[in-house]
Design a protein around this ligand. Structure first.
Ligand SMILES: NCc1[nH]cc(CCC(=O)O)c1CC(=O)O
Length: 329
């Protein structure tokens, strides 16, 4: 048996797909093959915020799953719209990588060391708003492109040609992507979540599959004795319960805010002992207004994680975040 794994064709997508394919093959004892699929997000070049956010990277992968051109599809969870697709399921959510955003600045500069007026590139309204809140004197510019293209705009970063010109002093990227690509040598500062909250789902991958291949779950918990196929068993084996709970809370918050993945919303859930803690921030695009709140669940169930996300979203809405944030972005 060979499991066909659908993936986007970018270096990051191919790397994280290959790593997940290896993980699946190791526990499943089957062969895997990659099926490269072009998505709208790869073809169109407009600003990410303007592409509308929801699902530009995933629709083509989902179509391929439904049309039986692949058996699983690997997505960055933060790019996955919160609404599910009939006939498909989140078969596995493997253990999360580093959730933080990072600064990749020339000369190893930190955010505090960047001179006034320095140009910092990011395609994310969430990162732009939190950057502007921390350093209103910076010039934050909207950029697009894959990881190499973005890093290429900062002169002198490790891996760039020595004399290559660049027009930016720094870019902000996800630590997870750089870690997967083996490129953390370009990082000049890791932003702790108190400075910059990551996107809901950041650092996590989603292994989507057809519903009938998904491991049997009851109330979000795997049913160990259920009779199921080789693929479902492998998906169950690579799933990480803590990551699944955390992203459930983060994505429930995003869904309740009716916010797209390009909205200026940060959220991070972390388990501490027998409680799940959720931090969330909603910003105005210029970073001048923001509300940041946190809340703990009183248990570690799937329902509890969802409720935590919904309740914190409602507290944010009560504070008027819909008035200043472009949530529909
Ligand atoms: N929107 C593109 C995207 N989707 C996932 C990652 C990084 C990996 C991750 O967060 O899991 C990136 C690049 C980035 O934000 O720097």
């Amino acid at each position: 048996m060979s499991v066909r794994i659908g993936t986007r064709g970018s270096a990051l997508a191919l790397t994280q797909t290959q790593q997940t394919a290896d993980l699946l093959a190791a526990v499943g004892g089957f062969e895997t093959e990659l099926v490269r699929i072009k998505t709208e997000g790869d073809v169109r070049t407009g600003s990410l915020a303007q592409l509308g956010g929801t699902g530009v990277f995933v629709a083509a992968l989902r179509e391929a799953l439904l049309a039986d051109r692949c058996d699983v599809a690997i997505h960055s969870l933060k790019d996955l719209p919160t609404g599910g697709t009939p006939g498909l399921a989140l078969g596995a959510i493997p253990a999360r990588a580093d959730v933080r955003d990072v600064l990749c600045a020339r000369d190893g500069l930190t955010l505090a060391q960047l001179p006034a007026g320095a140009k910092v590139g990011t395609g994310s309204p969430r990162r732009a708003a939190q950057l502007r809140a921390a350093r209103p004197d910076l010039e934050v510019l909207d950029i697009r492109g894959n990881v190499d293209t973005r890093l290429g705009r900062v002169p002198g970063l490790p891996g760039n040609a020595p004399e290559a010109p660049g027009d930016l002093d720094a870019v902000v990227l996800a630590a997870a992507g750089l870690t997967r690509l083996g490129r953390t040598d370009v990082v000049s500062e890791y932003f702790e979540p108190d400075v910059m909250l990551p996107a809901p789902g950041q650092g996590a991958l989603a292994v989507e599959c057809r519903f009938e291949d998904a491991p049997v779950r009851e109330n979000g918990v795997l049913v160990p004795d259920a009779v199921q196929g080789v693929l479902a068993q492998a998906l169950a084996a690579i799933d990480d319960a803590d990551t699944r709970l955390a992203v459930s809370a983060e994505r429930a918050l995003l869904a309740r805010l009716e916010a797209g993945c390009a909205a200026p919303v940060g959220a991070l859930a972390r388990r501490k002992g027998s409680l799940l803690y959720l931090d969330a921030v909603v910003c105005s695009p210029d970073g001048r207004q923001s509300v940041r709140l946190n809340k703990a669940s009183d248990g570690l169930t799937d329902v509890g994680a969802h409720l935590l996300g919904i309740e914190l979203a409602e507290e944010l809405l009560e504070r008027g975040v819909a008035d200043f944030a472009e949530l529909g972005a």
